[in-house]
Design a protein around this ligand. Structure first.
Ligand code: ZN
Length: 109
């Protein structure tokens, strides 16, 4: 389990796997490159990278980004959506050349 979970038992929702983690002004998202299997930890800035989805109620956020790992030159195109608590909504995300991982999957080797 992550730092916050140890510090604050009950923090987060145990019911759904954590595909993202909110920390200060950042959100961590975990990805795997489909080509080479590299695991990539991506930090998104809430203030500069996330865009509010205007028509959504309650508020939701959107980000689109190209990500490149260090092991190959595959560009992973991510379109991610987050709810008002900055939790990723995996069903609404689209990822080309990669897949979303949970924090646990990222930490495992
Ligand atoms: Zn790769």
């Amino acid at each position: 389990m992550g730092f916050f979970s140890r510090l604050f038992p009950g923090f987060g929702r145990p019911s759904s796997p954590l595909f993202s983690k909110s920390q200060g002004n950042g959100i961590w998202v975990y990805l795997e490159c489909e080509k080479c299997g590299e695991k990539i930890k991506l930090r998104l800035s809430k203030s500069t990278e996330l865009q509010r989805i205007e028509e959504s109620s309650p508020n939701a956020f959107y980000v689109r980004k190209l990500v490149m790992g260090e092991k190959c030159f595959t560009r992973i195109e991510v379109q991610l959506q987050f709810d008002q608590s900055y939790r990723i909504m995996p069903d609404l995300c689209e990822i080309n050349n990669g897949t979303l991982l949970t924090e646990q999957e990222y930490e495992e080797n």
